[in-house]
Design a protein around this ligand. Sequence first.
Ligand SMILES: Cc1cc2nc3c(=O)[nH]c(=O)nc-3n(C[C@H](O)[C@H](O)[C@H](O)COP(=O)(O)OP(=O)(O)OC[C@H]3O[C@@H](n4cnc5c(N)ncnc54)[C@H](O)[C@@H]3O)c2cc1C
Length: 389
Amino acid sequence: MPGFFREDHDHFRRTVKQFVQRELIPYVDEWERLELFPDEVFRRAGELGLFAAHYAEDVGGGGGDFWFSVAKSEELAKCRSAGVAMGLLVQGDIATPVIADLGTKEQIEEFLTPAIHGQKIAALGVTEPNAGSDVAGIQTWARKDGSDYIINGAKTYITNAVRADFVTMLVKTSPEAGAHGCSFFIVPTNTRGFSVAKKLKKIGNHASDTAELAFDDMRVPARYLLGEENRGFMHLMQNFQSERAIACTSAVAGAQASLDDAIEFGRDRKAFGKPLIKREYWQHKFVSLQTKIEAARALSYHAADLYNQDRWVRKVPVELETVKIISMAKVFVGDVASEVIDESLQFHGGAGYMEESSVARAWRDQRLFRIGAGTTETMRYYLAKLMGL
Ligand SMILES: Cc1cc2nc3c(=O)[nH]c(=O)nc-3n(C[C@H](O)[C@H](O)[C@H](O)COP(=O)(O)OP(=O)(O)OC[C@H]3O[C@@H](n4cnc5c(N)ncnc54)[C@H](O)[C@@H]3O)c2cc1C
C-alpha cells in the first residue's frame, strides 16, 4: 500500500516472512496437536528483531514506527496458526508497550529490554473471572503494606501465562474508586503467592497457552508499580488501541490466506466435470469476498495510520477520532473475516470439516477475534458514545 510501507518496512517484512516459512509453517501442525509452541520460538523471534522493531532505540528497539508492527502482524497471520501468531504479538505488542510508555529505567532494563530481545516471556493480565468487558469492575486488589503491595485475586484467559516470566497486570489500588482506582504492576511469575491455577482448554488457537492465574497474598515491591498509582485504566485504554489495530491487520491477512487457500483448492477439485473455481456461483462469491477484504484492509490501514500519526509522528495520547476508527475497524473486520473464512470452509465441502484442514483451523481460530481485546458488542457500545448517540 503506497504511502504506508517504506523500504525498511519491506525489508523487515521479508525477515518475518522467511521466519514464518522456515521456522513456523513446518511445525505448526505439531504445535497445534501439543497445544503449545516451544519457548525457543520467542527467543528466535527476539533474535531476529521481530519484537523490537517498533520500540525506541534507547530501550533496545529498532527505532521504527507502527507500520513495522502492522507488517509483522500480517506475515505472522500466514503461519496458519493464529495461536502462534497471537502468542508472539502478545509478547511484542500487547504486554510490553505499556512498559515502554510508563516504565522507569530499572523496569525497562529488567523487563522490557529482555522481552523485546526474546529473553523473557511476557503476558498481559487484565481479564478476571468476574470482569472482562467491564474492566473497571476488576476485583484483584493491591493493598499497600509498608513499601510493598500485597496482591490478592485472580486473572483468567491470559495468553502466554503458563510459561510467562512476568505479567503486566492491572489491579485495583483503590477498590472503591472504579476506573480511577486501577493501577498497573509488573509481576515476575516467580513471586511467592503467584500461581497458574489452570491451563485452559480452548476451541481454537490451540498452539497458544491460556491460563487462569491466582494471587494469594502476593508481596510485590513498590518498584514494580508501573506509572502512577490509580492511573492504570487510562493507560490500558491507550494500550488497547494498538492491540486492536494490529488484531485487525492480522485478521484481514488471515482472511486473505483462507481465501487464497480456497481458490487454490478450487482449481483442482472437480464437481460435475469442471474445477469448482470455474463455477460462476463461486467466482461471483469470491469477487464479493475479495472486495470486502479490500475494504476491511483499507479501514484497518486507516486505523493504523491514525494510531501511527498520534503516537509516532505527533507523539500525543491516542485521539478520540483514532479510537473511533479503530473500534469501527474491529467491528467491520470481525464481520468480514468471519464471512470469508466460513465461506472458504463451505467451499471445501467435507474436506473443510476435517480436523487436519487449515481452513477448519482458521474457522475455529477466527472466532476469537470478535471476543478478544474488546468484543464486537463492546466496540459498538463505545462507538455509540463516541458518536454522541
Ligand atoms: C483465547 C483468549 C485469549 C485471551 N487473552 C487475554 C489476555 O492475554 N489478557 C487478558 O487480559 N484477557 C485476555 N482474554 C480475555 C478477553 O479480552 C475477554 O474474554 C473479552 O474482553 C470479553 O470479556 P468476557 O469474556 O469477560 O466477556 P463479558 O464481558 O462477560 O461479555 C459477555 C457478553 O456480553 C457482551 N457485553 C458486554 N458488555 C456489553 C454491553 N455494554 N452491551 C452489549 N453487550 C455487552 C459481550 O459482548 C459478550 O457477548 C482472552 C480471551 C480469550 C478467549
